[in-house]
Structure formats: C-alpha cells, structure tokens
Design a binder for this molecule. Sequence first.
Ligand code: ATP
Ligand code: MG
Length: 394
Amino acid sequence: MQKIIFIKYGELSTKKENRNFFIKILDNNIKKVLGQNADISYDYGRMFINCQNDYENTINKLKNVFGIHNICIAYKSEDKKLDKIKSNLLELLKDKNFKTFKVDVKRSDKNYPLNSMELCQNIGGFILKNIPNIKVDVHNPELIISIEIRLKEVLIYFENIKGAGGYPVSSLGKGILMLSGGIDSPVAGYLAIKRGVKLEAIYFESPPHTSEMALDKVKKLAQKLAIYNNDIKLHIINFTDIQEAIFKNIPHEYLITIMRRMMYRISAIIASRANAKVIVNGESIGQVASQTLTSMSAINEVINIPVIRPVACFDKLEIIDIAKKIDTYETSILPYEDCCTIFVPDHPVINPEKELCRQYEQLIDYEDMIYEAVKNHKIITVTAHEDLEYQDLL
Ligand code: ATP
Ligand code: MG
C-alpha cells in the first residue's frame, strides 16, 4: 500500500463540462503553494499528491487553497481483490484504538462484483469477526472506515479533513479590490477570492495628508490576502491633487460623494487595463452616509463595470468576526489616517442627487487629473510571508 494525500473537489464536481478547466487551475494553484515539482496526478473525481512523508506541512498548506473540499490521507493499493482489501485493512487497523465503527464504501468501478451495500456488510462482518470487543455504530462511530473502489485502485482512509471550499483562485477571472486600511475591504477581498476571483488591489493615498505608515498598513493587509490569492499586485494611486481640488472647489456636503466617484473612475480604468471583469469593495449597506442605497447609486453611475460588494449585507460585527479569523483585524484597527478620513465633512449628504454631482464635477478639471494619477501610479507585488491556519468562517 502506498500512503498518499488525496483531495475531494466538492463544489467543482458540479461543473460538468468545465470540470477539467477548474481542476487544471486547482493543480496549478497547488503547485504555487507546494512548489512546481510537487508530484500531483488527478482525474475527474480525485486529485492525488505524493508528498514523501511531509504530511502535516503539506496538509496545512492545502488548507488555505480554495477549491478543495476535503483532504484525506489514504492508503492506496492496485490490488482490488476483496481478500486483499480485507487483509490490508486489518493491517491498518492494528494500531487504531476504537470501540465503535462504521464502514463507508464508495464504488466508482461499477463492474466490481459486489455493490457498495454488499461490500459494507461483507467488510463490516469481517472486521467484527477479527477484532474483539468492538461494535458497529452507524450514527456516532469512533472510527469511520472509508473505502473507495475506483477503476484502477482501492483507497482506504479514516479521516476527512475539511478544506477551504470555494472555487480555485482565478477560475472565475480577475477583479480589482479597492483596498483601504479599514476593516471591511480586506474581508470583502477574502470573500471574493474564495469565489475564485483572482484579485489585484488598488489603494488611494494622499501624501502628505496620509503617511507612509498608512501605506504600510495596506501592504500588510495585502500580505494577508496574498496567502489565498498567490501574491497580489497592489496599484498605488496618488490621489492628493484630486482630493485637494475637490476640497477647495466643491460644496463640502458632496465631498465624499464626488471623491468616491473619482475613485470609481480610476478603479475602472485600472480594471480595464488589467483585464479585470469586476471591481470589489468593502461597502456595506447603510454603514456610512456614502453607503446608503441612494449614495451607492450616485457613485456607481460613473462606471459601467460591475461592482461586487461581498459584505454589503453583513453588519459590522459579522465583518469583524471574519476579519479576526483571517487575521486582518489587528492591522485594520491601527490608527493611521485613511485618505477619506482627513477630508470628512461635518454633514455629508445622505441622499445625493446625481444631477448635482455632475454639475459640481464641472468645477474641477478632473479628467486631466485622473489621467495624471493613472499615468504616474506605482505597482508593487505583495507576497505572503506566513502560512495562516485556515479557519472555517461560515
Ligand atoms: P473600510 O473599513 O474597508 O475602510 P469603510 O467602512 O471605512 O470601509 P469607506 O471609507 O466609505 O468605508 O469605504 C468604502 C470602501 O471604499 C472601502 O471598503 C474600500 O473598498 C474603498 N475605499 C475607501 N477608501 C479607500 C482607499 N483609500 N483606497 C482604496 N479603496 C478605498
Ligand atoms: Mg475606510
């Protein structure tokens, strides 16, 4: 018997025609985490990883890879004869300590002489006969003995470790995450990555009003997301001229609305250049004046690309809960100023009028400033520095 790690795809297995496409991306993503020389083979049902004894480390890394439903350590044998399965099983059970068990058989080789039910009974009876003082408990067994009869081999395993679920990163295409130093946007980014969206991030800074420390904080947050995203490209936009022009020329209750319209315009340009299909951000309905439905509509009207708001319907406590689990919370609450917080008016408009937004924008030369900001923007690639233990969130 060969000891081997194998993966169950979960949600991917519902993607009938595209399954191969998803599995190839998953293979690629796993190689980015385990190294290009990782010994991986797969078919439509399972992916095998031969990791030469490095089981714990390998499994920890796999836990952060989206698109994996379960991770199992199995004993694989190409000898599929029932007697051989039984003797192999007995050998494996030698060092297991249990009082109750159940046998779970999956048979993808439909030509095997016994069906799943018959195999369960036959093997269950054999175990009862050969190991003293144990009994079957189908509801709450101490040990689940899983056996898969596949076309070319038999797999025996005892544990189903939960994987991260979701879709393999980049299988659904690319998005641009508006990443501020706050609590919400890293959580939004994480949730989008989990749905298979490969992210690039965009951050608007306003030096000297915002400091290098604020940028560092955003880089740290990007690092946390890079664990799941396989590195993350961070676009840094100097927003100072635009923000100062808005501050000087536009009635203050509309500052935030207009500023966000500018951010959206720039994000859409960066998205189109990066061939990203969506913008992702951390807006949550009703959280602040710029996140009422009327505000969101007034801000959204300046672009055509869809905006995905993964935390739109979460309340702050739910968002904080996820932020803690993905370890972004402590960084997000560091007190460095964000470019929005500096220019916050006393009474931001709650129901902005689109027509007024358009009129006010004529007071500044925003097209030229946007052109300059995009032309001069910096790009850095942020890499993950640590492996974070995956936590199940939902
Ligand atoms: P967060 O906690 O994510 O900062 P917030 O509740 O403070 O969100 P806003 O400041 O209104 O809300 O921002 C809403 C969203 O707009 C953010 O979640 C983020 O996606 C985006 N955003 C805000 N400021 C910036 C910035 N300086 N750079 C990039 N994106 C930003
Ligand atoms: Mg913010």
